[in-house]
Design a protein around this ligand. Structure first.
Ligand SMILES: [Cu+2]
Length: 279
C-alpha cells in the first residue's frame, strides 16, 4: 500500500508546476530558493511564500528549480497539495532570512515526519556548500545605441570538486564548456544582427542554436549570426539560441561574473559583465 502511494507521489512529482514569484522579466540579482521535499511520509504539498502560492504539487523526492525572490525575509507556509494557506502543516509559518544583499542560492529542505513532530524545514546555503563567495555585482544589463540587453547570465561549469563536468563534455581545456543567455531588444529603425561574441574566460566563442532533430537535441553554429529584426525582442535561452563558451580558462562559479564583448552587424560593439548563475 505504502509503495503504491509513493508511486503515486512520484507521478505527481513529474507534474510539479512552479508559478513565478517575481514578475520581473529577467532573473535579476536577489536570492534564489528551491524547495526539496525529503519527508517520505508527508503528502504532496503546495508552498506559499509571503502569502502567495509559489509551488504546487511538490511530492517526496521532488526538487523545484530555483525561484528568484525579492527581499531578504520570507514566510513560508506548506499545505497539503490543493489546500489553502490556512491548512498549514506547521503551527507557525516558517521564517527564512537571507543575508542582506545576498544574490545567492538556497535550498529549503523539508525533512522529518508530520506524525511524530519531527517535521522541519532546513535551510541550506548552496553557495557555502560549493565554497562560493558572492563577489559579483554584475547585473547582466547593457545597451549600445538602440540595442538593449537584459537578463544576461552565464551557466556555471561543474560543481566544486567535479572539475570538468560542466555540460556533459569537457573539451580540451579541462573546465568544460558553458553558455551565455540574455534578452536582446532592437529598438532601432533598422534590422541588425549579433554576429560575434567574445568572452574573457573562453578561448573560443560561437553563436549557436539548439535544434531537435530525430528526437536528438543538437547545437548548430549560426554562420550568419543571430538576426535582430527591428523592433524585436530576441531571447537567448537554454534549449534555444545561445552564446557557446568553449576552451574555458577557468571554472565558472555561481556568484562570480565573466566579461562578454558582443559585436553587431551594424558595427556596434558592447562589453559588459555577466553574472554566473544557474539557469
Ligand atoms: Cu552550443
Amino acid at each position: 500500500m505504502r509503495k503504491q502511494i509513493l508511486g503515486l507521489l512520484a507521478v505527481i512529482a513529474f507534474a510539479v508546476t512552479i508559478l513565478p514569484l517575481a514578475s520581473t522579466a529577467a532573473h535579476e540579482s536577489g536570492a534564489h530558493l528551491r524547495v526539496a521535499h525529503l519527508s517520505p511520509t508527508a503528502p504532496a504539498v503546495d508552498v506559499f511564500v509571503n502569502g502567495k502560492k509559489a509551488i504546487e504539487n511538490l511530492a517526496f523526492k521532488g526538487v523545484t528549480d530555483y525561484l528568484p525572490l525579492e527581499g531578504t525575509t520570507f514566510e513560508v507556509v506548506i499545505v497539503p497539495a490543493g489546500g489553502k494557506i490556512e491548512d498549514s502543516v506547521t503551527a507557525e509559518p516558517i521564517k527564512l532570512t537571507f543575508d542582506e544583499h545576498d544574490n545567492g542560492y538556497y535550498t529549503a529542505a523539508a525533512v522529518g515526519a508530520l506524525a511524530d513532530n519531527t517535521f522541519e524545514v532546513v535551510l541550506l546555503n548552496d553557495n557555502a556548500a560549493h565554497g562560493m563567495a558572492m563577489k559579483s555585482t554584475a547585473k547582466g544589463e547593457a545597451s549600445v545605441g538602440d540595442i538593449v540587453i537584459t537578463g544576461a547570465f552565464a551557466r556555471p561549469t561543474g560543481m566544486a570538486g567535479s572539475q570538468g563536468h560542466g555540460m556533459g563534455h569537457t573539451g580540451q581545456g579541462g573546465f568544460g564548456v558553458s553558455a551565455a543567455y540574455m534578452q536582446i531588444e532592437n529598438k532601432g529603425s533598422e534590422a541588425d544582427a549579433l554576429i560575434k561574441a567574445e568572452a574573457d574566460v573562453a578561448g573560443l566563442v560561437e553563436l549557436h542554436e539548439t535544434v531537435v532533430e530525430n528526437d536528438m537535441a543538437q547545437m548548430k553554429p549560426l554562420a550568419e549570426g543571430i538576426p535582430l529584426p527591428l523592433g524585436s525582442l530576441t531571447e537567448l535561452k537554454p534549449g534555444g539560441l545561445h552564446i557557446m563558451l568553449m576552451q574555458l580558462k577557468r571554472e565558472l562559479v555561481v556568484g562570480e561574473s565573466i566579461t562578454l564583448t558582443l559585436t553587431f552587424k551594424s558595427g556596434k560593439t558592447i562589453t559588459f559583465d555577466v553574472p554566473i548563475r544557474m539557469p
